[in-house]
Design a protein around this ligand. Structure first.
Ligand code: 5GP
Ligand code: ZN
Length: 143
């Protein structure tokens, strides 16, 4: 009888996620991360959406009549890491951005979703967040 496929092959090496992480995301809040602090309720914010895996709150320094940050509760450093982790969380962020736009009455007029990524991308907070901007006409190209 033929051998089973894979018989005799050594088992694959155990994946070793970084300490404190599962599939690239941090299981616990990251110390000194302000958005982990907001997600945990320890830092105040004007929350507009409070979901199981996602929160959204108004930006401290708004750049448009609607300027909301949509944030996964779990800590991912940027949108590329969030996408790489899979699990549908990036889809949820975008769906939440649409909910925020609808709640602020700007879904029909339009809005911009921005993920600043890295230094040249203008990212200043290392916990992934989607900016949802609207309520005025947006310029292009951005500065
Ligand atoms: P980034 O520059 O990383 O794309 O965006 C960070 C955004 O977070 C900025 O627009 C900034 O105003 C906002 N921000 C930074 N810290 C806080 C905070 O503690 N609370 C709120 N609500 N917004 C914050
Ligand atoms: Zn964080």
């Amino acid at each position: 009888m033929d051998e089973e496929p894979g018989a005799g092959c050594p088992p694959p090496p155990m994946a070793r996620p970084a300490p404190g992480t599962t599939n690239g995301h941090y299981d616990r809040g990251v110390p000194d991360c302000s958005f982990c602090g907001i997600a945990a309720g320890g830092i105040p914010a004007t929350i507009v959406l409070d979901g199981k895996r996602i929160i959204a709150f108004r930006d401290l320094n708004p750049q448009a009549p609607t300027h909301v940050l949509v944030v996964p509760r779990d800590h991912f450093p940027n949108v590329a890491e969030l996408a790489a982790a899979g699990g549908g969380l990036l889809d949820e962020v975008v769906a939440a951005a649409r909910e925020v736009a609808a709640a602020d009455g700007i879904e029909a007029s339009g809005y911009r979703i921005v993920f600043n990524t890295g230094q040249d991308g203008g990212q200043t907070v290392g916990h992934v967040h989607a900016h949802v901007l609207g309520g005025r006409s947006m310029a292009w190209p951005p500065g």
